[in-house]
Write a protein of this length. Sequence first.
Length: 447
Amino acid sequence: MNRNLNKKYNHIEIEKDRYQQWVKSGLFKANVSSINPTFSIILPPPNVTGLLHLGHAWDSTIQDLLIRYKRLQGFNTLFIPGMDHAGIATQVKVAQRIKEEQKLNLQELGKDKFLQQAWKWKTEYAQNIRKQWAKLGLALDYSHEVFTLDENVKQAVNEVFVKLYKEGLVYRGKKIVNWDPELKTAISNIELNYHETKGKMYYLKYFIENSSEFITIATTRPETMFADQCIVVNSKDKRYLQFIGKMVINPANKMLIKVIADDYVDMNFGTGAMKCTPAHDANDYEIALRHNLAMPICMNVDGTMNELAQSYINQDRMVCRKQLVEQLRKENLVVKVEDHLHQVGYSERSNAIIESYLSQQWFIKMKPLVEMIIDKQKNKKTKIDFHPILFEQQLLQWLNNIQDWCISRQLWWGHSLPVWYHKKLRKFMLILIHHHQLTIIFKNQTY
């Protein structure tokens, strides 16, 4: 029988319903009774914040090629699909939609109603992502699809959290974190974008107590002066040796603070003398630990000033900066103000300028994990070879300087830590529910 072929290849007609037929017939399902060697890939779960892009298409296509190649070789294959709840990113997107459509912020809406909207968003974008997977023709076994907020995943997260806590690797502590004042949450270093930003360097007078002499301090953040605890100079800096141990007057609040010595100070930067604000700067925090300094906080979590800022209370930090400097000018306490180009951290999600902020959070101890990797790199049998070798050097440098990892976030959308506060005992308690059994972990003891 003669058949006329179309002059042009019509992919829409040819591909129509073909993928659905593959999935329906179970072509991508693993055979649990097979005795063949197994090969599986977990699809790196895309975030449900939007549609897949070319990077997703490129990456998943390579994985799909591997799965199909292994199947042709006789392997019993499994390609597992999944999606990530993307805590901060999704909460930001849903909050934006709510503000546009309902003219409400999260506090006005409330947590329960927000979560309803977040799950609605997840359902919508999960359907879009599955359609894109189908367009790519990925050999996924949808019977194993996982979402990072599924109940079994939540249980696994809680179990690992408690396990690491009991092993002493997870702890709760008050440390400097990257704080997003718009989203009101701690974020990690990889959620920061550093941009070269035009700012100002303010040179301010800190007068020696009962003296007409003063030390000039250069700072880009005058608004944090309300939490200053001391002036720090280098012990080798001859310009300031006579002032070490003396008291100076904080120009912002007129309180007396001490001049101390610490070799961290760079004698060639600014004036060679720096103000130390432990609750609002990571390096100042380390100085405070060495010298047993207090760590008061002068800002609220939304980036406004608290009661320590006196007449500037409840002002936005940037407004406070401007008005404080104007007041100090009137008091003849400003030496000069210079334009200053410097690297400033911005939140990847909200684009707000990040605050270094002293906060009570949960952390993972990195030292034991880092030492394990370093030891393996020293052993020829277990080390990973890098090409070029420069990348191994970068890895080791990063590991040797790594800080404990802040794992807690102040979000409504995401995994809730299995932690509750006991009001009568005024203690935090870890509670793990598994197979309807309740386990309370308190002070590393199980009850």
